[in-house]
Ligand binder design. Structure first.
Ligand SMILES: [Zn+2]
Ligand SMILES: [Zn+2]
Length: 392
């Protein structure tokens, strides 16, 4: 596959240029209009059919072959995060408080790179290839995959296989991480309102102190994951936001706790939700308070990599020169790529961009997150090769 890598190397500068252009102008969920324009323009210049405003700001490219083989979809997400960039790069975000801290700029650039490679090798394809540029992956349960699917992104021509990749400093630069079966967790979000009766900080006995009760609730929640869920099953509860009170000496009426559960197993999840409801409400009652517990209704499903398809993807990745392919562990992060997988079997995999010599070591979502751009050509090539493997 050395010739194919040389092709990818020839367009490497363009991929990096596109990535930096997007990086400088990051856009938050469902506001990716300039990014979508850039994508549409680039695709048209490659002779790819383009549909815009799919499910909001989404873009669908179609590389038509006129052949009857399988239809393959490749997906990239486009949204940035509400983070103030602190990375020491010359193409820093020009938007205050917004940054491509999860590397979705790199995903877009790699998929555009794959589009360039595939449009040149159109003759080798046995079926059509769809390019899905998705808005709002980082949007809790209301991610951009579902509106794109609802707008017909997976139909006409109907998609047979779907693939996507994520860049991450969890893996060494040039390493592909892939796993068959359940790969990424179902992310649930909850709001717990601990209700008491406020008053003076000097006279707690005349109040029902929701701050004190909330502290016990947080401990009780750890008991659910630590004592009530089978330790052999990946599961976590994190309380990530505590809001309540206004001043040093006022006990408030209410405290709001917000957090997330990550799980893989449907039964374990529903049991855990019952445990949480019981543990939280009885803890609140024990101290004379009360509570409401709400779980977000729409959440992403588990990312499930169909084993036979994924084994084929892994064998394609292993052929890419100068890279390494490893079996990744299960991950408790969520991804709405899973919504596409509910429409067609497919695989989500990782591409490492951790390179200490270039200072690319901070985790995704960090304000100092940096991508080792030398890996982008491998990502673009991998997507193109996976499409060539399955579109036949
Ligand atoms: Zn992210
Ligand atoms: Zn991401």
């Amino acid at each position: 596959m050395h010739d194919q890598l040389r092709e990818a190397e020839r367009i490497e500068n363009r991929i990096i240029e596109l990535r930096r252009a997007i990086h400088q102008k990051p856009e938050l969920a469902y506001h990716e209009t300039a990014t979508a324009r850039l994508i549409a323009k680039e695709l048209r210049s490659l002779g790819v059919e383009v549909r815009t405003k799919v499910g909001g700001t989404g873009v669908v490219g179609l590389i038509r072959t006129g052949k009857p083989g399988k239809v393959v979809a490749l997906r990239a997400d486009m949204d940035a995060l509400p983070v103030q960039e602190e990375a020491d790069v010359e193409f820093r975000s020009r938007k205050k408080g917004v940054m491509h801290a999860c590397g979705h700029d790199a995903h877009v650039a790699m998929l555009l790179g794959a589009a360039a490679l595939l449009s040149r090798r159109r003759k080798e394809l046995g079926g059509d290839v769809k390019l899905l540029f998705q808005p709002a992956e980082e949007n809790g349960g209301k991610g951009g995959a579902k509106p794109m699917i609802d707008a017909g992104a997976m139909d006409d021509p109907k998609v047979d296989y779907v693939f996507g990749l994520h860049i991450s400093t969890d893996f060494v630069s040039g390493t592909f991480g892939i796993r068959e079966g359940p790969f990424m967790a179902k992310p649930d979000a909850f709001d717990i309102r601990v209700k008491g009766r406020g008053g003076h900080g000097a006279a707690p006995h005349r109040t029902v102190d929701p701050v004190y009760i909330a502290a016990h609730v947080i401990i009780a929640l750890q008991g659910v994951s630590g004592r009530l869920v089978n330790p052999m099953s990946p599961f976590v509860i994190s309380v990530c936001s505590v809001k309540g009170g206004t001043k040093h000496n006022i006990i408030p009426d209410e405290v709001l706790l917000q957090g997330t559960i990550r799980s893989f197993d449907r039964k374990i999840r529903s049991k855990a939700v019952e445990h949480i409801k019981r543990a939280v409400s009885s803890t609140c009652q024990a101290y004379g308070g009360s509570c409401t517990i709400e779980f977000q209704k729409e959440t992403y499903p588990v990312v499930y990599n169909e084993p036979r398809v994924t084994a084929r993807v892994a064998s394609v990745l292993r052929r890419i020169p100068k890279t390494r392919t490893v079996e990744a562990g299960m991950r408790l992060g969520g991804e709405d790529f899973s919504r596409f997988q509910q429409k067609a079997p497919g695989t989500f995999y990782y591409l490492g961009c951790n390179n200490p010599s270039k200072g690319c070591i901070e985790p995704n979502h960090s304000s100092r997150f940096k991508v080792d751009e030398a890996v982008l050509k491998y990502g673009a090539l991998s997507l193109a090769e996976v499409a060539l493997e399955f579109a036949r």
